[in-house]
Design a protein around this ligand. Structure first.
Ligand SMILES: [Zn+2]
Length: 264
């Protein structure tokens, strides 16, 4: 069963990637309506519904997608891409049409990320990432900043750590997710709660965005990056980790392996 599920996920993701070529999509923002039409969606309506979206199979074989008109534009795009995932995953006799099955939901979210931010359209990843770059990408791809950050980190192309904090009462922050990190370990574990009285946390909650430095990690390591407060979460992107210099542990060359050749 598990093997079948993996094969199916692979097939669905490949189908999602092929859609860009099939539908002649060459640049962001990805024209999701064109893709939806190609897959048999006959109409997309924006209504007052409590869910983010709904996929309806029509009697004549096509589909209708209903999106919540109260959701922001970026959220509606994500939902439409997610429903496209359900169409791709649907095969006769299975239940992939319905939201509810956790595995199907995760697959459809992966399809959405693939369609909204295709890897091939990210051309400036070599320049490194920070919140400003993510914001530009989010605008270009018409995605939320949070979805963009997840996607870029999950591609595994840039070093950095994305941390998503949930504000609690009394100014406390709880680390709700750290999707992927590359290049260094983050100083916090998922579920960690930081006290609102700590100066570092006071800074994060006092201003909606800015640079951030954290020096309280074990071994005296210092992390730097920047952060931005969104609607419900605080998104932090750490871009560098500095280890304290110590005569005992310092290597003869301070350059990381592989960098030495560049500078010698
Ligand atoms: Zn769903």
């Amino acid at each position: 069963m598990a093997r079948d599920a993996t094969d199916k996920a692979h097939r669905v993701m490949q189908a999602a990637r092929r859609l860009l070529d099939t539908c002649g999509i060459e640049r962001p923002p990805v024209d999701l309506v064109r893709i939806a039409r190609h897959l048999g969606v006959q109409r997309i309506r924006e209504l007052d519904i409590r869910l983010d979206g709904q996929l309806v199979e029509l009697a004549d074989g096509g589909y209708e997608v209903i999106l919540s008109r109260n959701a922001p534009h970026t959220r509606r795009r994500f939902t439409l891409a997610h429903e496209i995932g359900h169409i791709l995953a649907a095969s006769p006799g299975d239940e992939s049409m319905n939201c509810g099955d956790a595995a199907a939901e995760e697959l459809c979210n992966r399809v959405a990320a693939e369609l909204l931010i295709p890897e091939r359209f990210i051309t400036d990843r070599a320049a490194g990432m920070d919140v400003g770059t993510l914001r530009r990408l989010a605008t270009r791809f018409q995605c939320s900043l949070e979805a963009t950050a997840w996607r870029v980190l999950n591609m595994g192309q840039v070093a950095g750590a994305l941390l998503i904090w949930r504000p609690l009462e009394d100014g406390k922050l709880e680390l709700s997710a750290s999707p992927r990190t590359f290049g260094f370990a983050t100083p916090f574990e998922n579920g960690a709660v930081l006290d609102g009285a700590v100066p570092f946390v006071r800074q994060l909650t006092a201003q909606s965005e800015g640079p951030v430095t954290y020096g309280g990690a074990p071994g005296g390591r210092v992390y730097t990056g920047d952060y931005v407060r969104l609607n419900k979460v605080l998104l932090m992107y750490l871009t560098s980790e500095a280890r304290p210099r110590s005569s005992k542990t310092r290597r003869r060359s301070s350059a990381a392996p592989g960098q030495g050749e560049l500078f010698s």
